[in-house]
Design a protein around this ligand. Structure first.
Ligand code: SF4
Length: 374
């Protein structure tokens, strides 16, 4: 890939000038606090800025520094993260700040090899913290940045390939004017977020349009090149909303929640018990009666709990990066004198106690809908 020194210099200076005039006032930009920048970068992975802002405020208010986050019970951290998804990010962040407290006296390390060794800190996050907080000329290559560079420099390589990322990291090191790493990387991200958007980029108002090779070639919409990722695997599931048989008139409805295993997807979060319909011969075409029989069987075999499914009460769905869950919800009763003791990973709660437990969004939404009687 050929480089032209003039268009490189033009890109950097126009970009920095534009950023100084148009940057958004975001809460994590108000200081160079490396902990705040770290939290914001982890929250911003896979999540939009508008969504992150209120979460960021609440999180920093609750855990204002490394010590506060390192000392907090994990349940509280997950609760503060609830709704943002990708909960392993919160767990990794807490593990990493504990390490920072123990190994580096509570100071975020400034050496690339140290920061990169922390849990959940990949090359992008390391580059973002080192450049934004410490002004070190390190690249921070995310999707926005790859899109802008692909278009401006007309790079037609697959942005999912490691070699393309490595090339872009190299390119950014050459593009950063001395002493401007913090602003330069943020400017690049900002241009991708506000102007050089995935669809219909705003080339006419773009500060670097004059020498943008992608725009000149009319290829701004077809770049960047990205090989299609595999679509998420669909999974049909059935969930039990088990209410207490003896909830009398006026008393709060109690329902059963279960905690997920220590490892894996949504580890240690709380949910309604649910099961994959994979073994059923009728699979996706299962009737409600078949689903309820199946649910009753799985509750008995797997959870050792006797429940009586009563009726279908709705559906809920959620897409993770690799799986799509479609869940049928069934109201179930539990016999008053149930022969089965409650397993250790189950709890009876009522709606007012939901704040004490961290739920993944898919169940939080479903339970809130049930509470509202919808
Ligand atoms: S001119 Fe258009 S394609 Fe090129 S960087 Fe600007 S917005 Fe992106």
């Amino acid at each position: 890939m050929e480089r032209n020194l003039y268009t490189m210099k033009y890109f950097s200076s126009m970009l920095l000038e534009w950023y100084s005039l148009h940057k958004r006032d975001l809460p994590w930009r108000r200081s160079r606090n490396p902990f705040h920048i770290w939290v914001s970068e982890i929250m911003l992975q896979q999540t939009r800025v508008d969504t992150v802002i209120p979460y960021f405020h609440r999180f920093i208010e609750k855990f204002p520094d490394i010590d506060a986050l390192a000392s907090a019970p994990e349940e509280e951290v997950l609760k503060a993260w609830e709704g943002l998804g990708y909960y392993s990010r919160a767990r990794n962040l807490q593990s990493a700040v504990k390490e920072v407290r123990e190994q580096y006296g509570g100071e975020v390390p400034r050496r690339k090899q140290d920061i990169s060794a922390l849990k959940g800190v990949g090359p992008y996050t390391a580059g973002a913290i080192l450049s934004i907080a410490f002004n070190q000329p390190e690249p921070a290559v995310d999707g926005n940045v790859m899109r802008v560079l692909s278009r401006y420099f007309y790079i037609e390589e697959d942005i999912g390939a490691g070699s393309t990322r490595a090339y872009m990291e190299h390119l950014i090191r050459d593009l950063i004017p001395e002493g401007t790493a913090s602003d330069f990387n943020q400017a690049l991200m900002e241009l991708g977020a506000l102007v050089c958007t995935p669809r219909s980029p705003h080339c006419l108002t773009c500060p670097v349009m004059e020498h943008c090779s992608g725009r000149i070639a009319g290829a701004e919409e077809s770049l960047p090149v990205k090989k299609k990722a595999k679509p998420p695997r669909p999974e049909q599931r059935v969930a039990a909303f088990i209410t207490e048989g003896n909830a009398g008139e006026g008393s709060a409805v109690k329902f059963l929640i279960r905690q997920r295993p220590e490892e894996g997807l949504l580890a240690r979060m709380w949910e309604l018990p649910h099961f994959l319909l994979e073994d059923l011969p009728f699979g996706w075409n299962a009737s409600h009666k078949q689903c309820m029989d199946y649910l009753q069987g799985r509750m008995a075999e797997q959870e050792r709990l006797v429940v009586k499914p009563q009726q279908w009460i709705g559906n809920t769905e959620h897409t993770f990066s690799h799986i799509h869950w479609s869940i049928g919800l069934y109201e179930c009763a539990i016999p008053e004198k149930s022969p089965s003791p409650l397993p250790a990973h189950y709890r009876w709660i009522d709606y007012s106690e939901m704040d004490k437990y961290a739920f993944p969004k898919v169940f939080l939404t479903a339970i809130k809908r049930l509470a509202a009687g919808q």
